[in-house]
Design a protein around this ligand. Structure first.
Ligand code: HEM
Ligand SMILES: [Cu+2]
Length: 518
């Protein structure tokens, strides 16, 4: 019991401690957030004005591709895995994750994977340019073989990391709950991660299959995706989106979990409709498997197919609506206060709902022929991924930072971070709905004159959002180095759950005797 962490670098290389591994994931994902953000800034700088100013079109394509890949696989997913590592054992009263050595390996596969991916920027062919969806044949026949091969190896490595991480999370939740913690007593964050981990185990192998088929097409003489050899490029899209659509729920479900922890705390009321939240999450996860072709309405599908995927997609709005109504009902007649985690959660609620509604618009098959591959889509998924996933991560960091470090962040600075993020985000992405509907296509380095004003607003908003994330880093460092000590177990008056029963900072080992849950 009494032994602490190893000294120096060995602590981090060999660690099997869920808190250390959680911190590694969180710092890694923040580094990737800054890297992916730098790529976004290059994109928005080029798009500040019509015409070509700063970069070559090829390099612009590399930036959109790398930005998407780094944000999805490097920033958001590892951020939530980091949160899972830190919080799940503490929330279920377990001493650690079920498979601690595998946990170490899951993390340490990620830095080499992203080093490889980033290294492609310095190869002769440059980084991947086919978009983060890397549709064949752009990513096979027309790609630089060296770049494509490194990229495929990097994707396999990330996938192995994700699968091991999810197996660990499932094993931990199924086996290591404290006595008395039945499934229907688990905190919602634990529930959403359990369901997410099953999604990951189900679809990461599909992604692995897709990139392996690409590898065979490039080097093995097959033609899975090459019509000239009897294959079909549309097959690539089916395989990709059978992974890719559940993937977007892998990104958003843990965010739902975070919001379900935070809103009750600052409303000083228990979560409204706990069991319906669990069933809604499970329904969303199941439905996410039967809607993939809503990304492919324009490829030429039988009418029955278009209708099936249209209605199936719209069906997801039902459980999602249940969740949104439950969050609102939780706040109803609560004694609400507006500390930073709550502000980010409220922004999540409003902006994610906007992203949800534009999603319903996109699901209307005949209308999608107009929106498809336009900036409307870019606006839609940033309302979901940034205002959804990234805002909920910001909320989570402010909410649990005092528990992690035993120190309080600066509330005034955090509020500045919130408002600059909120304004910057909306300035960036709200106008993109309009230019998108007016026909501005995505992934182009230049655009027609009529889109100039809105693009300038977008770029200004993006720079504001970007700078405010540097402030986020400063706030975190200031907290760790010199924040006011909070020794009390509970930082927040309304907070419930086992993680709030241990001291702050959370000790290196918690729950060597399991707590009993009534
Ligand atoms: C303020 C921060 C951000 C800015 C300014 C920004 C900007 C952009 C821009 C301009 C594009 C290119 C759109 C296109 O032409 O296709 C893009 C694409 C994308 N972004 Fe972001 N982004 C930001 C944050 C994020 C975050 C946090 C994520 C995390 C999920 C993300 C995910 C994506 C994805 C998946 C794409 C699609 C890439 C592609 O079309 O190939 N973005 N972003
Ligand atoms: Cu989808």
């Amino acid at each position: 019991m009494a032994h602490g962490p190893a000294k120096g670098i060995r602590r981090w290389l060999y660690t099997t401690n869920h808190k250390d591994i959680g911190s590694l994931y969180l710092w890694f994902s923040f580094a990737m957030f800054i890297l992916g953000g730098a790529f976004a800034m290059i994109i928005r700088a080029e798009l500040f004005q019509p015409g070509m100013q700063l970069v070559e079109p090829e390099f612009f394509n590399q930036m959109t591709t790398m930005h998407g890949l780094v944000m999805v696989f490097g920033a958001i997913m590892p951020a939530f895995v980091g949160l899972a590592n830190w919080m799940i054992p503490m929330m279920i009263g377990a001493p650690d994750m079920a498979l601690p050595r595998m946990n170490n390996l899951s993390f340490w596969l990620l830095p080499p994977a992203f080093l490889m991916l980033a290294a492609t920027l310095f190869t002769e062919g440059g980084a991947p340019q086919a978009g983060w969806t890397f549709y064949a044949p752009l990513s096979t026949t027309y790609a630089n073989p060296l770049t494509a091969t490194i990229f495929i190896f990097a994707v396999h490595t990330m996938g192995a990391s994700s699968i091991m991480g999810s197996i660990n999370i499932i094993a931990t939740i199924l086996n290591m709950r404290a006595p008395g913690m039945s499934y229907m007593k688990m905190p919602l964050f634990v529930w959403t991660w359990l369901i997410t981990a099953f999604l990951l185990v189900a679809v990461m192998p599909v992604l692995a299959g897709a990139v392996t088929m690409m590898l065979m097409d490039i080097h093995g003489g097959t033609s899975f995706f090459d019509a000239a050899g009897g294959g079909d490029p549309v097959l690539f899209q089916h395989v990709f989106w059978f992974f890719g659509h559940p993937e977007v729920y892998i990104i958003i479900l843990p965010a739902f979990g975070v919001i379900s922890q935070i809103i009750p705390t600052f409303s000083r009321k228990p979560l409204f409709g706990y069991s319906s939240m669990v069933y809604a999450t499970a329904s969303i996860a199941l439905l996410s498997f039967i809607v993939w072709a809503h990304h492919m309405f324009t490829v030429g599908m039988p009418l029955a197919g278009e209708l099936f995927f249209m209605y199936a997609t719209m069906l997801i709005a039902v459980p999602t609506g249940v969740k949104v109504f439950n969050w609102i009902a939780t706040m109803f007649k609560g004694s609400i206060t507006f500390e930073t985690p709550m502000l980010f959660s409220l922004a999540f609620l409003v902006l994610f709902t906007i992203g949800g509604f534009t999603g319903v618009m996109l699901s209307i098959a005949p209308a999608d022929f107009q929106y498809h591959d336009s900036y409307f889509v870019v606006a839609h998924f940033h309302y979901v991924m940034v205002a959804g996933a990234v805002f909920s991560m910001s909320a989570a960091v402010y909410y649990w930072l005092p528990k992690w470090t035993g120190r309080m962040y600066s509330e005034p600075l955090a509020q500045v971070h919130f408002w600059t993020s909120f304004i910057g985000f909306n300035l960036t992405f709200f106008p993109q709905h309009f230019v998108g509907l007016a026909g501005m296509p995505r992934r182009y380095s230049d655009y027609a004159l009529q889109f100039a004003d809105y693009n300038m607003i977008s770029s200004c908003g993006a720079f504001l959002y970007g700078i405010s994330q540097i402030l986020f880093l400063v706030i975190i460092i200031l907290t760790i180095k010199g924040g006011k000590k909070t020794t009390a177990d509970k930082t927040w008056e309304g907070a419930e759950g086992l993680e709030w029963t241990v001291p702050s900072p959370a000790p290196y080992h918690t729950f060597s005797t399991p707590p009993t849950v009534k």
